[in-house]
Design a protein around this ligand. Structure first.
Ligand SMILES: Cc1cc2nc3c(=O)[nH]c(=O)nc-3n(C[C@H](O)[C@H](O)[C@H](O)COP(=O)(O)OP(=O)(O)OC[C@H]3O[C@@H](n4cnc5c(N)ncnc54)[C@H](O)[C@@H]3O)c2cc1C
Length: 377
């Protein structure tokens, strides 16, 4: 049962965005920039964002040499360039929106570790640099074998390092908190603990049903709706082809004399690590158990976690003792062709998700595109 006041003031909006992850909240900010007069509500099932955006590794990246080489086997170079462009411009847009100091953005560069088996990738550096030349005319990737020793990696396991000067890392929690605050400052209303259970299109708009412990089911109404629920989208729109992928992370206690700073990855981006002050954050290993990790359940795969600890000791920190302080996992959204899904499902309903594991840089351009679609007549 609702009161007259509740019905008058809390239920009707020009636009509703479902999901307050980095894509949903960026879309909300973009929409308010383009159309400040529109009333806008964001509905989030968790107390705070509860998918990937507050649980990731904080890489501000666009892809590694071996990842792009693998993609080139089945994706045209123009498509790879276009997606890299969206990520790169997205990062610039994010850094315009928020000062680097607010999100602890550090422009350290990106590094990829190559094993002996992967050394042939170096023969294709120029080919990949050529693909990305319109974006980075001076070249993107360079071979830096000297860094194996300087940065303290195990020379038996790491044979070279590929450097690109355009990437960095940031503090994921500070970034998300700042975006949520910015959205609210711009007049976006955000309701948390609001799990959407059903979306229903009618002649006069879209009804969004949310469970409420006091009022049972509450039906919101909007003229336009964007679904930004990423890996969880199939629950709301079953015909969508987004696959969940769980990613685990381990974080060490501070390590005195840590030899590296920056954003590192290896094996086509399946593993990534970085420093966070003197700590090391290390994530990945989904490729060890693709099927088991195709899940929306936020828990751990112990086998993957112990492999991460082993690789951390054997490859990354061969001479240093460390202790693990925290472990967690988050859920990403993937598509077959690694392209994000940003499109209209009807005149009123827009979808925006599946950053395919690289959402920090892509989210601001994705948000702009979603807002553009919401404003189309
Ligand atoms: C372990 C891990 C490490 C990663 N590392 C990086 C990295 O270093 N750099 C990088 O760029 N990317 C990284 N990513 C990927 C990045 O985090 C994602 O691409 C990005 O966060 C996706 O944002 P999103 O808003 O689309 O999805 P999400 O953050 O998942 O947001 C979706 C939101 O929708 C909400 N929701 C779902 N269903 C409902 C419902 N029915 N009703 C209401 N709300 C709902 C969820 O609670 C969630 O808050 C990583 C991801 C993981 C899991």
């Amino acid at each position: 049962m609702l009161s007259f006041w509740e019905t008058e003031s809390f239920l009707n909006y020009d636009t509703i965005i479902i999901g307050s992850g980095i894509v949903g909240i960026s879309a909300a900010i973009s929409l308010k920039e383009k159309a400040p007069e529109k009333s806008l509500l964001v509905l989030e099932r968790g107390l705070f964002p509860s998918g990937a955006s507050t649980r990731n590794a904080g890489f501000a990246s666009f892809g590694s040499l071996t990842e792009i080489l693998s993609d080139l086997q089945h994706t045209p170079p123009e498509t790879i360039l276009a997606l890299t462009e969206k990520r790169w411009h997205g990062l610039a847009r994010l850094r315009e929106r928020l000062p680097d100091s607010v999100m602890n953005y550090q422009h350290t560069g990106g590094f990829e570790l190559l094993s002996k088996k992967e050394l042939p990738a170096l023969e294709h550096i120029e080919k990949v640099n050529e693909v990305l030349k319109p974006l980075f005319p001076e070249g993107t990737y360079t071979n830096r074998p000297d860094l194996v020793k300087t940065l303290g990696f195990n020379p038996e396991k790491v044979k070279s390092v590929v450097f690109n000067p355009y990437e960095g890392h940031l503090h994921t929690g500070k970034l998300m908190k700042a975006l949520l605050l910015l959205a609210q400052e711009r007049g976006v209303e955000i309701r948390t603990g609001a799990e959407v259970t059903k979306i229903e299109e009618t002649n006069s708009g879209i009804k969004i049903y949310v469970q409420d412990p006091v009022r049972k089911t509450v039906a919101f109404q909007a003229q336009k709706v964007a679904v930004c629920t990423n890996a969880f989208s199939q629950k709301l729109v079953p015909e969508l082809c987004v696959k969940p992928g769980r990613g685990p992370i381990i974080l060490t206690k501070p390590i005195p004399d840590l030899k590296f700073q920056g954003a590192f990855d290896f094996v086509e981006g399946y593993y990534c690590f970085r420093n966070g002050g003197q700590r090391v954050l290390f994530g990945g290993g989904r490729n060890l158990a693709f099927e088991q990790e195709t899940t929306t359940e936020i828990s751990y795969n112990e086998t993957i976690l112990s492999t991460l600890e082993k690789l951390l000791q054997e490859v990354i920190l061969p001479d240093q003792k460390f202790e693990i302080e925290q472990r967690w996992s988050g859920i990403m959204g993937f598509t077959e062709d690694k392209q994000p899904v940003i499109r209209k499902l009807s005149d009123r309903l827009v979808m925006g998700f599946a950053c395919n594991g690289i959402g920090v840089s892509l989210s601001s351009t994705a948000g702009d595109e979603i807002a553009g679609l919401l404003l189309e007549e």
